[in-house]
Design a protein around this ligand. Structure first.
Ligand code: SF4
Length: 457
């Protein structure tokens, strides 16, 4: 296999990343923008960047992803991309007529120093933006941060669309962070059952998990509407799910329009979901409906029934900070041992939080922000694990080291289902647990002696 030669000995590296555990900022910005109804993401840079961003999302979601580009060539690369951007805005509204163009920058346009707010103003002044149509923008230089940073920056730009009327709308803003379309659907199902009126933004359900209808829609039915985004400034509060993906937008609404916010963990696993449900209950001032209590009970039941197969199992994790924090807490709560944890996104507070969450395991964990999958592989070689949880690229390590593996996170390029089956909430917890148990028990069946090979567990 490709990684056969990964050395066990770990050398300190500061200027070299091998097999990154992240991708580029504009991919996150593009994914977030697709969660606005009638929005066309626009990549301000070369065609190659845009093609890469679109294909990364298309390969994961298995849906066509439309986006436009400023199509920089040599001239724009030297003299700046303003003329290309203005022409693009004109063409896009004339040909495709989206409600919103969500512009993100690229390494090239950031290096030139293009001033997007100024270009947007010029486009409006020159009448290139029709009445009732909008431009939003985010700065997403890919030589800093990761796809998570790009996502967060674009969601913050959405918060900038808020136009408070002074009359409260009785709703709660929920910023779900970078989760699957199915997770966004599940969050809406949960809030609906509790009886909380919400504005979920962004919302890619119905955009990137739509049915095959035989009819192509450039702008699918799903997504947060412009009217909803404007109304976020009139909401009674905001729940931001995840410090890395969602908190900046929530704080922006608080700062600009006095919409109070709480930052929670993403609701993966038992305890993070408990906190999410409790926050909704408090905001709505209602009791938790029986159906949700039952779902929680089912998750607790499965954890108790299968605990013997989970207890003490060592796990290696790779992914994005918000997801990894909730997953680590979930695994520790089931007496599993997440011992190697890597994210490609920078941020020392990630390492601090993981160390706090794993304190009760009674042993040191390997954790690194701005790490890479080469390091994760080296850690695994030094201390093998029973399970790997992470994106598609883990398959190389899993095969080389013969370790059971659950695909979870972004990107997943070689399997299906992630866009349809949620992993948030109690129901999602059941799905996660089923996947984890599936690979662990398959391995047990493969390796057990005949005398231990059980039909009934
Ligand atoms: S040049 Fe920068 S923005 Fe373009 S694909 Fe590469 S990392 Fe992403």
């Amino acid at each position: 296999m490709l990684l056969r030669h990964t050395p066990t000995e770990i050398t300190e590296r500061t200027a070299l990343t091998i097999n990154p555990a992240k991708t580029c900022q504009p991919i996150g910005a593009m994914y977030a923008a697709l969660g606005i109804h009638g929005c066309l993401p626009h990549s301000h840079g070369s065609q190659g960047c845009c093609a890469y961003h679109r294909s990364a999302l298309t390969r994961h979601y298995k849906e066509p992803v439309s986006a436009s580009t400023s199509s920089f060539t040599e001239g724009a690369s030297v003299f700046g991309g303003q003329a290309n951007m203005l022409q693009a805005i004109n063409n896009i509204f004339t040909v495709y007529n989206p409600e919103v163009i969500a512009i993100h920058t690229t390494c090239l346009s950031e290096t030139i120093g293009d001033d997007l707010p100024q270009i947007k103003k010029k486009a409006v002044a020159e009448g290139k933006v029709p009445e009732g149509r909008y431009l939003i923008s985010a700065s997403t230089p890919s030589y800093a941060g990761s796809h998570v940073t790009g996502f967060s920056n674009m969601v913050k730009a959405m918060a900038g669309m808020a136009e408070p009327t002074g009359k409260k709308n009785g709703k709660v803003n929920i910023i779900p962070g970078w989760v699957e379309p199915a997770d966004m659907e599940e969050i809406k199902r949960i809030t609906g059952m509790i009886g909380v009126k919400t504005i979920l933004f962004p919302d890619t359900s119905g955009v990137l998990n739509g049915p095959l209808s035989g009819e192509y829609k450039m702008f699918p039915d799903g997504g947060t509407t412009v009217a909803e985004l404007k109304s976020t400034g009139d909401s009674k509060g905001t729940l931001a799910l995840g410090e890395w993906c969602s908190a900046d937008a929530a704080r922006e609404l608080d700062k600009q329009h006095k919409v109070p916010c709480s930052v929670l963990d993403m609701p993966f696993g038992l305890m993070a979901t408990d906190r999410f449900i409790d926050a909704l209950r408090t905001i709505a001032g209602v009791s938790i409906p029986d159906v949700i209590v039952n779902e929680r009970g089912q998750l607790v039941d499965m954890i108790s029934d299968m605990h013997q197969y989970l207890y003490g199992k060592k796990v290696a994790l790779v992914g994005d900070p918000d997801q990894l924090i909730a997953m680590t807490e979930f695994l520790v709560s089931m007496d599993m041992k997440p011992i190697h944890i890597v994210t490609g996104t920078p941020g020392k507070k990630f390492e601090k939080r993981i160390k706090e969450l794993t304190k009760e395991m009674g042993r040191e964990v390997n954790v690194k922000a701005k790490g890479d999958m080469f390091l994760l592989h080296q850690w695994i070689k030094n201390e093998p694990v029973d399970l790997i949880i992470g994106n598609t690229y883990c398959k190389y390590i899993a095969r080389d080291e013969d370790i059971p593996y659950v695909r979870w996170g972004f990107p997943i390029l070689d399997r299906q289902g992630h866009q349809y089956f949620p992993t948030v909430g109690y129901k999602g917890g059941l799905r996660l647990l089923e996947k984890i148990l599936g690979v662990l028990l398959d391995r047990k069946d493969r390796d057990d002696s005949e005398s231990k090979f059980e039909l009934v567990l």
